[in-house]
Design a protein. Structure first.
Lengths: 160, 623
């Protein structure tokens, strides 16, 4: 289950009610699909070439989204890394059935090399199940990913 | 947990007995006897540099008292060494706060040099370091170079960082690897201009930070549309471990940061040198550490095992667009704005593969557009509909042709000698440019249409008129970004400096600032057309006003042929005081070798009181 939680956090910034919201609303990184980049270009211009603005991160905690100094993202009491920002990439890769974001999530789910193609196919075939509308959140999408995996004979062992 | 433990359970601080104190003193004496403070490794670990303003003749790049145990540790290598040894035996702190855990590499090195007695050392459990090191599951290291991006001045020279990969990276995902970045810790409120200014002046402290590599991919590949070059280095897992042990010591430590020399590039080279003292990387830089030169140094020292090119999302989109015939491009653009195109007869008549490509460019384009705007309901809905459509069709990976790697391009300092004639007066000229690339220089390894010149000097000698400064450009930047059906970037230029203006009565040195904005288009693979509206402010003693404004225009063609690039352009200004100047010029570069070129230049100028011609031919050397 630990791996599943890790992967969930790959796609969700502020998860469920039990989650500590990292950085809060001012963060600009929502967890909704196709989030616009409001405020981000300015942030990027300021931090361009030279990295950090405001707070430095060191890959230690999960607060690596660059907007919370010590916002440890927790889910079920575990501290997680935050990859909310690849949700759009993941959706596109699922739609196409291949891509780096899909591989990344597979790795985070601890899916072994010989089962990656099965994972890609299962995701591809269930795009409309995982992403039924543009208004779903990252944890909803992740819950569906797990459901799809559980229903697949080769993938169910990773979703246990 | 260590902190909590030490503050509650240890109400009484233990103290050393006499035998411990004697032992610690003997260790210190031995360290002095071996002159550890003078060794390259100690100097490297403390980041000392020669500094003639310092009482000791050196000082540390680190500008942070948390990095030193001795009060004068930044200028006193031996004092810091002795204090560090004492701290390694300290009984006051435990766990993460203890010197053994805080300065992991110093401890390992001192232990290896002095063979410290395990029984005398207080044993520490470094939870934070162990956890961090476990999380940064590194087996190899790569140098990462996000290439030049022109539309953000502070990134114009590119950037470098390190990436740490786990053992099975080839079958895993480098998105999850850790990137180590050194950069100025800047205010969110600063805009690009002040960033550049304060960066040059050393107005920000520099710090290291680490994040998952996908954060960097998003930042550079997607938001800034920069290609990323990745160089896997031949460092062993043991050496990688050493680098990380030292990186840990630099957590939350402030360095001086200067844009030109003590920047990201320089700091990373120091790390690579520290664990492999036989390589010489930082010694190569006297004046500047431009990121491309970092890459060049690392390649030249034979540290690179393999090279990987990661094109920007914009490059991928360009490649997708260009792989389709124009009617399909049109359809893709329409589809991005109107989902009903999916139901149209035109779209329905395409085969599955063509449909997939049209949907893909529509989606990619929409995402590009979305980068600059907020989420709107309509756009999110359309994006989702496009993904549903894409899901039902085939989608192929597009191959972006790999350009020449940046380190294969010409070097960044240029000097030139030329011979010319101006209205029957023969002249000789010496040219020196500190950095970096002009529109006509050999484009191999550089971004086409991107000119960045800093500190360009021309000294000219006329037979009967002595030596004169002909021009001195402080900054001379031009960015020509091609527009097409989908993308509509602005092209622009800025130039500031001194130049010699000729008139009937003689010549005058003027200070000027000029700039312009406009469009450029690609007419073929090797031809570009551009047009800019321009403005100019000039300080000219011949004028009655102190600052004379003028407006004008400039247009021209660039042709990139195998022998070298050619530019034909016409431009001019009309000043507020009715003075005017026009100039038509033809310039051709002949690429002799990567670092050698011949430049031919022919120009005709028309001023309100006279006209001139100028012809010159010169040799250019890049080093």
């Amino acid at each position: 289950m630990k791996r599943v939680l890790l992967a969930a956090s790959l796609m969700a910034a502020s998860l469920s009610a039990s989650a500590v919201v990292p950085g809060g609303d001012s963060c600009g990184w929502g967890n909704m699909f196709f989030q616009g980049q409001s405020g981000l270009p300015i942030h990027v211009v300021a931090s361009t070439t030279n990295g950090t603005s405001g707070n430095a991160t060191f890959g230690m905690t999960s607060g690596t989204n660059g907007c919370s100094a010590n916002g440890t993202l927790t889910y079920g009491g575990k501290s997680m890394i935050n990859m909310s920002s690849i949700m759009d990439e993941f959706a596109e890769d699922v739609a196409r059935g291949h891509g780096d974001a899909l591989t990344t999530v597979a790795v985070a789910l601890n899916i072994e090399a010989q089962d990656r193609a099965a994972f890609d196919t299962a995701m591809h075939q269930n795009f409309s199940v995982i992403f039924p509308s543009e208004n779903i959140t990252a944890d909803e999408a992740m819950a569906s990913v797990i459901k799809v995996m559980k229903a697949d004979s080769r993938l169910s062992k990773y979703a246990a | 947990m260590g902190l909590l433990f030490s503050s509650t359970a240890q109400s009484q601080v233990a103290t050393h007995n006499t035998s411990d104190i004697n032992y610690i003193e003997s260790v210190k004496a031995e360290a002095i006897r071996q002159n550890l403070a003078g060794q390259k490794m100690w100097r490297g670990l403390l980041h000392y540099k020669d500094d003639r303003f310092s009482s000791s003749g050196y000082s540390s790049y680190v500008d942070d008292s948390n990095f030193f145990y001795a009060e004068d540790g930044n200028v006193n290598a031996e004092g810091e060494l002795l204090r560090t040894i004492e701290e390694m035996f300290s009984l006051e702190l435990t766990g993460n706060e203890h010197a053994q855990c805080r300065f992991v590499y110093r401890f390992k090195w001192l232990d290896s040099q002095l063979n410290l007695d395990n029984k005398k050392l207080p044993q520490q459990i470094c939870t934070d370091y162990t956890q961090w090191r476990d999380q940064v599951n590194a087996h190899s290291v790569s140098l990462i170079f996000p290439a030049t991006a022109l539309n953000s001045p502070s990134s114009m020279f590119g950037h470098t960082l390190l990436r740490f990969d786990p053992k099975d990276i080839d079958e895993g995902s480098d998105w999850l690897s850790y990137a180590l970045n050194f950069g100025a810790n800047i205010d969110n409120d600063d805009n690009s201009f002040f960033f550049a200014f304060r960066g040059l002046a050393g107005g920000y402290p520099g710090v290291y930070n680490m994040m998952r590599y996908f954060e960097k991919i998003k930042e550079y590949n997607r938001m800034e549309n920069r290609d990323i070059w990745e160089y896997r280095l031949n460092y062993t897992p043991a050496e990688v471990d050493q680098i990380l042990a030292h990186v840990w010591e630099l957590k939350d430590i402030n360095f001086d940061y200067y844009f030109f020399d003590e920047n990201c590039a320089f700091r990373l080279l120091e790390l690579l040198e520290l664990v492999r003292p036989e390589v010489n990387l930082t010694g190569r830089f006297k004046l500047d550490a431009i990121p491309t030169n970092t890459v060049r140094a690392v390649v030249n020292e034979g540290l690179v095992e393999s090279t990987h090119f990661r094109p920007s999302e914009l490059a991928v989109l360009h490649a997708r667009i260009e792989s389709l015939p124009e009617p399909l491009q049109d359809m893709g653009k329409q589809l991005a704005n109107d989902i009903a195109v999916l139901e149209g007869a035109e779209f329905q008549s395409l085969n599955n593969e063509e449909q997939g490509e049209v949907v893909q460019i529509a989606y990619s384009y929409l995402r590009y557009v979305q980068m600059q705007t907020q989420r709107t309901k309509a756009m999110a809905k359309r994006s989702h509909q496009l993904l549903l459509a894409l899901n039902k069709r085939s989608s192929k990976e597009v191959l972006v042709p790999q350009p020449d790697a940046p380190e294969t391009g010409h070097k960044t300092i240029m000097t030139g000698l030329s011979l010319g004639e101006r209205n029957d007066d023969v002249f000789q000229q010496v040219n020196y440019r500190i950095t970096y690339h002009d529109l006509l220089d050999n484009e191999k390894g550089y971004l086409r249409g991107a000119q960045i010149i800093l500190f360009n000097t021309e000294l000219r000698h006329y037979q009967d008129d002595g030596v004169k400064l002909n021009r001195f450009d402080i900054v001379d930047i031009t960015s020509l970004s091609k527009r097409n059906l989908f993308l509509e970037p602005l092209s622009w230029k800025v130039q500031v400096g001194f130049e010699r203006v000729y008139s009937r009565g003689g010549d005058t040195g003027v200070f000027q600032l000029n700039g312009g904005a406009g469009h450029s288009y690609e007419l073929s693979d090797s031809t570009e057309f551009f047009g800019l509206l321009t403005g100019r402010l000039e300080y000219n003693e011949e004028f009655s006003s102190i600052i004379e404004p003028g407006i004008g225009a400039e247009t021209g063609f660039l042709y990139y042929s195998p022998i070298g690039a050619m530019k034909l352009d016409v431009g001019g200004y009309k000043f507020w005081n009715n003075d005017y100047r026009m100039k038509a010029a033809f310039n051709q570069n002949f690429n002799l070798a990567v670092d050698h070129a011949i430049r031919l230049s022919v120009a005709q100028e028309w001023h309100h009181d006279d006209d001139f011609y100028e012809v010159s031919v010169g040799y250019r050397y890049y080093f």
